[in-house]
Design a protein around this ligand. Structure first.
Ligand code: DP6
Length: 330
């Protein structure tokens, strides 16, 4: 039966931080990753997106953080392309108004495309009257942004690389309640980075270190799952930090090299090591950007937050804990 009532739907989705990173694509169109990845969802770093299909609209309207997006902009094109995927599944061609707001700076290495594209998937499917399983939503979200396929899930999340579209999706491996990890995010700059992750992925194979990474990545995934299972924070943190540095070694040795760190990013890395030498357990990780996450346990969070906030080059901090599943209304 054809859909006749066009009600808005809203999704509130937190972003995630990858513990073992997704880097490189074996299929850039379908966004099939070179390797699996593991992340945790971050309560407090959310994107809220409302989608309303409207038979009176002559084209899609996309508003992000209160700014109407130019139809020629990268964001507008990415959003409409994803709306087209949703329209194709729902079998209609009605335009939509999309309104999205982020509670954290976008385009700065904090994976706003992950929460953004996951929120668009969840709100868009709901507004289109589709009732897809979490797996199908993850597969659909992946095509808009790799990290989005993890963001439709909650807690500690695993994305299995898969050989074809239907088997490349994410699942929660532990709920948020499994382990209370805290994240102190150091915002070094709110200015958008000049090269996107999508552009960066294409360069992964140009690093002479990439092949070596691929040889041991599955072993890293196995190990991080064991440390999460055992709630062994030291083993967990050491692996997460080493992974972040290995990932950035790939970026630094790509052609052309990708250097995202700013002085404040490096200052935080040193401060984290100093904190550890004082017995305050914390470990850093970062994606393609200058903003940096410091993972810690609840008993250390206040001290870590105070010291990171006072570190030279840090503009502000954001506090997060592990989040559950996204919220969908409408
Ligand atoms: C470095 O998901 O932003 O954050 O699939 O092209 O949208 P696209 O890339 P994106 O890649 C981000 C990768 C990363 C690591 C990670 O989150 O796993």
């Amino acid at each position: 039966m054809k859909k006749t009532n066009w009600l808005p739907a809203t999704a509130i989705v937190s972003t995630d931080i990858a513990l073992i990173k997704y880097w490189g694509k074996k299929d850039p169109i379908l966004r099939l990753p070179e390797n699996g990845s593991i992340s945790l969802k971050l309560k407090g770093l959310t994107t809220t997106t409302t989608v309303k299909f409207d038979p009176n609209l002559k084209n899609d309207v996309v508003v992000v953080d209160e700014k109407i997006q130019d139809p020629d902009s990268r964001t507008f094109k990415r959003v409409t392309k994803h709306l087209d995927r949703i329209r194709k599944i729902a079998d209609f061609s009605i335009f939509a108004e999309v309104n999205s707001t982020n509670l954290f700076p976008k385009g700065t290495g904090l994976s706003s495309s992950g929460s953004g594209m996951a929120a668009l998937t969840l709100a868009g499917c709901k507004a289109a009257g589709l009732n897809l399983s979490e797996r199908k939503l993850s597969i659909l979200a992946r095509q808009a942004s790799g990290t989005a396929c993890r963001c439709v899930c909650g807690g500690f999340v695993e994305w299995k690389d898969g050989e074809k579209s239907e088997d490349s999706y994410s699942e929660s491996i532990y709920p948020a309640s499994h382990w209370d990890i805290r994240d102190v995010v150091a915002v070094i700059s709110e200015g958008e980075k000049t090269i996107s992750s999508t552009e960066g992925h294409a360069l992964a194979g140009s690093s002479p270190l990439f092949e070596g990474r691929q040889k041991h990545i599955n072993n890293k995934i196995k190990k991080i799952k064991k440390h999460i299972d055992n709630k062994d924070f030291i083993a967990f943190g050491e692996l997460v930090e080493a992974e972040a540095l290995e990932f950035h070694s790939i970026l630094l040795t790509s052609t052309p090299p990708l250097i995202f760190w700013l002085p404040g990013t490096v200052a935080v890395m040193h401060e984290v090591r100093k904190l550890r030498s004082e017995g305050i357990l914390c470990y850093f990780t970062l994606n393609t950007g200058f903003n940096i996450h410091v993972l810690t346990l609840p008993e250390y969070q206040n001290q870590v937050a105070k010291r990171i906030r006072a570190t030279e080059g840090v503009k502000s901090i954001l506090l997060a804990s592990v989040d559950g599943k996204p919220e969908i209304k409408g």
